[in-house]
Design a protein around this ligand. Sequence first.
Ligand SMILES: [Zn+2]
Length: 484
Amino acid sequence: MPSNIAGLKPTLLWKHFEEILKIPRCSGNEKAAGDYIISVAKKNKLSWKRDKIGNVVVQKKASAGHEKAGTVVLQGHLDMVCEKNSDVAHDFTKDPIKAEIKGNWIQAKGTTLGADNGIGVCASLALMEDTSLVHPPLEFLFTVDEETGLTGARKIPKDFLKGRIMLNLDSEDEGEFTIGCAGGADSILTLPLTRKKTGNGDVYRLKIFGLRGGHSGIDIDQGRGNAIKFLARMLWQAMHKYPFDVISMEGGNLRNAIPREAWAELYVPASKARSLASFFKRAFEKLSFEFKAVENEAENSFEKIKGKKKPPLSSKSQQDLINLLFTLPHGVLSMHQEMKGLVETSTNLAVVKTSSKRAKIISSSRSSVASALEAARNLIMAQAEVVGAKTSQPGGYPGWTPDLQSPLLQTLKDVHHKTFKKRPKVAAIHAGLECGIIGEKFPGMDMISFGPTMEHPHSPDERVSISSVANFWKFLGAVLKALS
Ligand SMILES: [Zn+2]
């Protein structure tokens, strides 16, 4: 194996990868990477355009005799996640990524490598230059700012692309095709609160912590606990047996993370403190038992706290808040009926925070089917209405509904089988992808996503398999020929 990256095969692809390692391209700073794409387009006399936000498209005519084939879009994102180990001195705005070959892998020294999506981008650059392949008319689409919010894809002008077949080159498992993703949208609930003048007893804090949390899409089917739901259940059960006055509640902090911690402050009459403490202890033990396989580090505490005594909620507000949090949905709402193991619709009860006059609650829903996403948000709104909470539902981002009958999928499956004598795995993910947005913007776009094997993207352990990149290139060539 050669010691330098540019000496690897496929030569054209790795030559460009070596070049882009030198170009800073953290999300939001893709100007230089776009300039590089345009320089390669100019060198190869290909037409190109760049939109206001920085997305670039390059057009290449079909190889001779294939002018009548439908235009195929090849898409990748220019930006990368910039993460480094704390002991590494590296300035992502100017230092080149120091990549090295380790056996069959390429990895950077203590930083992200940018193989996500640098390899996809370089495959497109190589195709722009290559003159040996048979291919249909091609459009190479390079988007900006994928990693922080899919903003590049969102802002592509509606007349930017002609093609209605798209190969997204931003997947990370060789032999796997992605054919769908989830759309997402939030519901923000505001419950008006009224307060009494004073509470009865001492102030205690009931706290749930040590839960695993995780990504609200990818990890939603792992059966993890939600600290807000734990807290709401314990308070709801206690409310029917013991007198106490809730002052405040808080839990979760990110809309796309499963809440790991939640707490409530409450007045407890002195005569009831001991029995309420043992009630909470037992209630938490039951919860821990139910979740023992997944949440083995979950903890709770119930402690007297000092400080200024604040006015507690009126009993109506207390009941409304606890009922609302106890009944709001969380977790998987439905599974895909044909694709085994794929979550179709879910919602994450993500954040609760009380202030003196209101409680704010955020639930973040996802689905690969637009109407099911809407229904999940309707359900949340209906529950809010029961207790008189207001719901605002800002526009989210669209999903990509898996189409198992897609002609492109059939073609790619055949080509995969012919090339590798193996059937590909066909999957979808329960999170957002650029394809969801592009598919909505360009109606009728038949899309599929694939790529070479990469491990630990978005972390300094990111690495890409050299042999897998060779297979990816071979497959890409065979696919373009089949689509010619
Ligand atoms: Zn990516």
